[in-house]
Ligand binder design. Structure first.
Ligand SMILES: Cc1cc2nc3c(=O)[nH]c(=O)nc-3n(C[C@H](O)[C@H](O)[C@H](O)COP(=O)(O)OP(=O)(O)OC[C@H]3O[C@@H](n4cnc5c(N)ncnc54)[C@H](O)[C@@H]3O)c2cc1C
Length: 389
């Protein structure tokens, strides 16, 4: 048996782990072309158990336990908690509490701005908002975790007689309902007729399928490239010392502030979570580096204004890099993990995110494919019906 995985984001690496654990003697090859625009190449992530849908909360709970207890994952997380800020009238907090109680998890009380005052000492956080403390939320040192996972995948390739190709896929050649060859950007060709192929290129899924003249999923199941800007902030030594001990802060619908992920790091990250799409061109070619665009600047100004109000202790820190990250979002916001209905040896595995609750996906992405047998992944997911939030 031979497995070829395309993409070394969290989905591709999950698939590699799953395939190698389940079939240790199968020849594993991976085609990897990391991109600074891919969310899996981000530096830090949040892992948390708060979601207003009980089903997703259950998935998050399983994933959270993996982050906490698994020998490989646990060393990349720190339980530092998170302050959630909700606009007045937003019912998300009560919805999450209801879902948590359905799973015998404790409800979280709401506070006023004194919560920010207590934790951050100075703040001019407004009265009208609701402040909630999630004591069990984790920050993940994602860059280190992903880099180790890539090394592990590479070792699995070497150990099974396969190869790690440091290149992108240009097209998938197909004949008689099978992918027969994979053509790389440098025109190298990989024989694939007898292999199982996992296509996990995140928001580039439609691009690869379209370039290969392979039918795309139905429009509501095709991941649409959707972007967010993240700003890396260089802290002074005294600020780094302070923020390392502090929780994450998320203002629902506006911003995620992530402190330094490790005791050595002196940078933190702000993600302005107002999503954007690039409407130019067909959906499969909309991903562009927008980090120098006017939109990136205008969101950066909003992020700085937010920081002045909520985290004045950041005063004097410098933004040292801007990234436009792109994620693939499906209409139902469920990922697509399905064999292609017309191409027998092609499994598509692409992600989604939800701007306000982005904390959940990466945790279970690492586990999701190991919980869902690749062989059991059915066409149902290709045409999944919308479900209630
Ligand atoms: C700004 C931001 C912050 C987020 N924060 C969180 C968070 O805190 N917690 C959380 O759980 N989730 C978070 N998410 C969601 C999560 O990070 C993503 O859903 C997830 O990383 C997507 O993984 P993926 O493997 O599907 O895709 P990707 O990360 O896009 O990986 C796909 C890989 O395939 C490569 N590729 C593309 N085309 C080709 C090709 N033709 N050939 C070879 N390789 C190719 C890409 O370069 C990339 O390396 C966040 C998302 C964003 C955008």
């Amino acid at each position: 048996m031979e497995v070829i995985i395309i993409g070394t984001g969290v989905f591709g690496l999950s698939a590699a782990d799953h395939a190698h654990n389940k079939h240790p003697h199968a020849k594993l090859s991976i085609v990897s072309r990391p991109s600074r625009l891919a969310p899996s190449d981000d530096i830090t992530k949040i892992a948390r158990i708060d979601y207003s849908s009980t089903k997703r909360l259950q998935e998050a709970k399983i994933a959270y336990s993996q982050w906490k207890n698994d020998d490989f994952f646990s060393k990349y997380q720190r339980i530092i908690g998170r302050v959630m800020i909700y606009e007045s009238g937003d019912t998300t907090h009560t919805d999450i509490n209801e879902a948590r109680q359905n799973l015998q998890l404790s409800a979280r009380p709401a506070f006023g701005p004194e919560l920010m005052e207590q934790i951050f000492e100075t703040t001019s956080a407004p009265e009208a908002l609701t402040y909630v403390y999630n004591d069990d939320d984790m920050i993940i040192d994602w860059q280190s975790c992903i880099s180790q996972a890539r090394q592990r995948a590479s070792a699995a390739c070497n150990g099974t007689g396969g190869r790690m190709y440091e290149n992108g896929v240009k097209t998938l050649v197909h004949r008689d309902s099978r992918v027969t060859e994979i053509v790389l950007d440098n025109d190298e060709r990989i024989e694939a007729a007898t292999a199982q192929i996992v296509l996990a290129p995140g928001p580039w899924l439609a691009e690869v399928l379209a370039a290969s003249a392979i039918t795309l999923p139905p429009p509501d199941r095709t991941p649409t490239p959707t972007g967010l800007f993240s700003y890396i902030i260089q802290l002074r030594d005294d600020q780094a010392e302070l923020f390392r001990q502090k929780p994450i802060v998320s203002h629902d619908g506006k911003v995620d502030f992530l402190p330094p992920a490790s005791m050595e790091s002196t940078t933190c990250k702000m993600t302005w979570i107002e999503p954007f799409t690039n409407m130019r061109g067909p959906p499969e070619s909309r991903i562009k580096d927008l980090s120098r665009s006017a939109l990136a600047k205008s969101h950066m100004l909003k992020a700085m204004e937010w920081a002045r109000t909520f985290l004045p202790a950041l005063h004097g820190a410098r933004i040292i890099s801007v990234t436009s990250y792109w994620d693939g979002v499906t209409a139902t916001q469920d990922p697509i993990i399905a064999y292609h209905p017309e191409i027998q040896n092609l499994l598509c595995a692409a992600a989604m995110f939800q701007t306000t609750t982005a904390g959940i996906q990466s945790k279970f992405h690492f586990n999701m494919i190991s919980h869902v047998s690749l062989v059991e992944a059915t066409l149902l997911l290709w045409k999944r019906k919308p479900r209630k939030k």
